[in-house]
Design a protein around this ligand. Structure first.
Ligand SMILES: Cc1cc2nc3c(=O)[nH]c(=O)nc-3n(C[C@H](O)[C@H](O)[C@H](O)COP(=O)(O)O)c2cc1C
Length: 190
C-alpha cells in the first residue's frame, strides 16, 4: 500500500479493514475473497482448516457469511464447537487479518432459500447437488461426468459473528499490529 493511504490511527485502521472486507465478496481478484477458515475438530483434539469464499459482509453488524454443503465436515465440527478463525492475507495491502468468530449454520429459513434460489441457476449449484457428502470415500477414480444430482441442494449458510479482530501490517518502515474486541482497540507488538 502506498504510504499516503496507510491508516494513521486505530480508528482509521478499523474503518479501512472493514472497507476492504466489504469489497472482497464483489471483487473476484480481491485476495481477501478466499480466506482460510480454521475450526476445532469434533473431539476437540486438533485444529482443522480449509479455504472458503467470502460471500457477504455486513460491517455494521460485524458479520460475514459463507456458503457450505450442509453435510460437510465443518458443520459437524461447528455443532460441537461453534467457533472459528478466519485468516486473510493480502500481498497488495501487506495486511494479515485474523477474525475470531462465533459460527452459526443455517440450513432452512428465508435467508437460506433466497440465496439458494439465486445460486441454483448458476454452475456453482453443482457444489451442493452431489448425492454423496463431501469427504465420503469414492469406490472409483473421480470422473468429469457430473453425478446425477439430487432434487434439492444440500445448501447451508454459515453466519460468522466477529468477536475479535487481529490486524497485522507488514511494512518496510516497521510492522504494526492492532487488536479490536469488546474491550476496545489497542496496538500490539507485531
Ligand atoms: C478456492 C477455494 C474456495 C473454496 N470455497 C469453499 C466455500 O465457499 N465453501 C466450502 O464449504 N468449501 C469451499 N472450498 C472447499 C473447502 O476448502 C473444503 O475442501 C470443503 O469445504 C470440505 O471441507 P470440510 O470437510 O472441512 O467441511 C473451497 C476450496 C477452494 C480451494
Amino acid at each position: 500500500m502506498d504510504d499516503t493511504r496507510r491508516p494513521a490511527d486505530l480508528g482509521a485502521v478499523h474503518t479501512a479493514l472493514w472497507q476492504e472486507l466489504t469489497r472482497a465478496p464483489h471483487d473476484k481478484h480481491h485476495e481477501w475473497r478466499t480466506p482460510v477458515l480454521a475450526t476445532v475438530d469434533e473431539d476437540g483434539q486438533a485444529a482443522d482448516a480449509r479455504t472458503v469464499v467470502l460471500r457477504e459482509v455486513d460491517a455494521a453488524a460485524a458479520t460475514v457469511m459463507l456458503f457450505s454443503d450442509a453435510r460437510a465436515g465443518k458443520l459437524a465440527q461447528l455443532r460441537a464447537h461453534p467457533v472459528g478463525t478466519l485468516v486473510f492475507w493480502s500481498k497488495r495491502l501487506g495486511w494479515q487479518l485474523r477474525l475470531r468468530v462465533q459460527l452459526q449454520a443455517q440450513t432452512d429459513g428465508l435467508a437460506v432459500s433466497s440465496r439458494w434460489a439465486r445460486l441454483k441457476l448458476s454452475p456453482a449449484a453443482q457444489d451442493y447437488l452431489s448425492p454423496l457428502a463431501p469427504g465420503e470415500t469414492l469406490t472409483s477414480a473421480p470422473s468429469s461426468e457430473a453425478p446425477s444430482p439430487v432434487e434439492r441442494g444440500h445448501f447451508a449458510l454459515l453466519l460468522a459473528q466477529v468477536q475479535s479482530t487481529d490486524w497485522l501490517e507488514l511494512h518496510r518502515e516497521g510492522h504494526r499490529r492492532a487488536r479490536f474486541d469488546s474491550t476496545g482497540a489497542r496496538w500490539l507488538v507485531p
